[in-house]
Ligand binder design. Structure first.
Ligand SMILES: Nc1ncnc2c1ncn2[C@@H]1O[C@H](COP(=O)(O)OP(=O)(O)OP(=O)(O)O)[C@@H](O)[C@H]1O
Length: 366
């Protein structure tokens, strides 16, 4: 018998932010929609026809773990921006609770909210939101100024984060003198200057051209490794979501379609909508060996090479194909399964293969 493949679940850790039953409904008498099951059950167009309301966020519940990069993904109009604005009540939720470090933000008064927004959360916007008449250094230190910090402290901290995002030497320039990518670095530095607990990103790189965009994604990955902040990152770009997200919430019409790690979305799409969404993802770059390991057959000799379950299929391909014995997938000394040419080729040879949905279970192989 092989051991049960354990799948890492970030939700097991204590949540920093816990969202329960969150709704945002725009329109007349919005409150009635979440309260009345017959209205709550209506789809987007039926709800609009009957009530004139739009449910931009529909009964969402999820936890964000400390240090996690939590990506919210969905097509235009799926409710991502509304959701992220509800998290700090820049948009007032219609129903639900928002527990941050044990405190329900829904019942916090305006003064408390302002304090939290200033010290615990920072937002990075798509269009940078920089102050055009202020130099880079003054844009970066703006939040510290609002917080009443002394000028030398502000300067010191601003310089620190300017260095961190690679903007040294540009302190005295104005935003219009910078490229889009550089401006977004200023946005990042400004968000980091406050030393928030949570960074909220609302499609921060959509206005950038593809090369700069990739560079900025790498930059966020690096910053996350260096400063370890919790991040909630909104994007409509699946590649970006897979690259950055520890977990991804896929939204459609305000509701959650699936919440999982990138390899869960790709390996076990919850429905046809998700399957379609991830259809063109190169599976070998996302799926790990735990997804394709199988039980050894009785006649197989188990003296082949060993790999860990979190190795990407792409990284294991050569070794598996060159080995004349099945490769053993081993974790902590335990054999989880084996992989032969057949398992590898099913992923590598046909990236859009529907192999995964054919599995009897929606979990990685045991
Ligand atoms: N102030 C508002 N009044 C009425 N409807 C709104 C309002 N703000 C958003 N909506 C609607 O809520 C839905 C979700 O919008 P939202 O902007 O949150 O989506 P999104 O996924 O962020 O889209 P995009 O990527 O285009 O910004 C849309 O149908 C939108 O028209």
């Amino acid at each position: 018998m092989t051991a049960q493949l354990e799948y890492p679940d970030v939700q097991d850790s204590d949540a920093l932010l816990s969202i329960q039953g969150l709704w945002k409904v725009f329109g007349p008498k919005a409150q009635r929609v979440p309260r009345r099951p017959e209205l709550a059950a209506l789809d987007r167009s039926a709800l609009h026809a009957k009530t004139g309301c739009t449910a931009a966020v529909r009964d969402l519940s999820f936890d964000v773990a400390p240090g996690e990069v939590f990506v919210v993904m969905g097509l235009s109009g799926s409710g991502k921006s509304t959701l992220v604005r509800c998290l700090t009540r820049l948009i007032e939720p219609t129903a639900g609770s928002l527990i941050f470090e044990g405190e329900d933000l829904v019942t916090a008064d305006e003064k408390r909210l302002r304090a939290l927004r200033r010290s615990k959360f920072s937002m990075v916007f798509q269009h940078f939101g920089l102050l055009p008449h202020r130099k880079v250094i003054d844009n970066v230190s703006y939040g510290l100024e609002v917080r009443g910090e002394s000028k030398p402290d502000r300067r010191r901290r601003a310089q620190e984060v300017i260095d961190l995002v690679g903007l040294r030497g540009n302190e005295q320039l104005y935003p219009e003198q910078l490229s889009g990518g550089m401006q977004q670095r200023v946005g990042l530095a400004r968000a980091l200057a406050n030393d928030p607990d949570v960074l909220l990103f609302d499609e921060p790189f959509s206005a950038l051209d593809p090369l700069i965009r990739r560079e900025m994604q790498n930059e966020v990955g690096r910053l996350h490794r260096e400063v370890g902040k919790t991040m909630v990152f909104i994007t409509h770009d699946l590649t970006e979501a897979l690259k950055l997200g520890d977990r991804i919430l896929l939204m459609r019409d305000g509701a959650a379609v699936q919440l999982g790690t990138g390899d869960e979305l790709v390996g076990a799409p919850a429905d046809d909508y998700v399957r379609d969404f991830v259809r063109d993802v190169p599976r070998a770059d996302v799926l790990t060996l735990r997804w394709i390991a199988r039980d050894p057959r009785p006649d197989e000799v188990l003296d082949g090479p060993e790999l860990g379950p979190d190795v990407l299929v792409r990284e294991a391909t050569r070794l598996v194909l060159e080995s004349d014995r099945p490769v053993k997938v081993v974790e902590g000394g335990q054999l989880l399964g084996v992989i032969g040419d057949e398992e590898i080729l099913a992923v590598v040879a046909d990236p859009a293969d529907s192999h995964w949905s054919a599995r009897p279970s929606d979990r990685p192989a045991t």
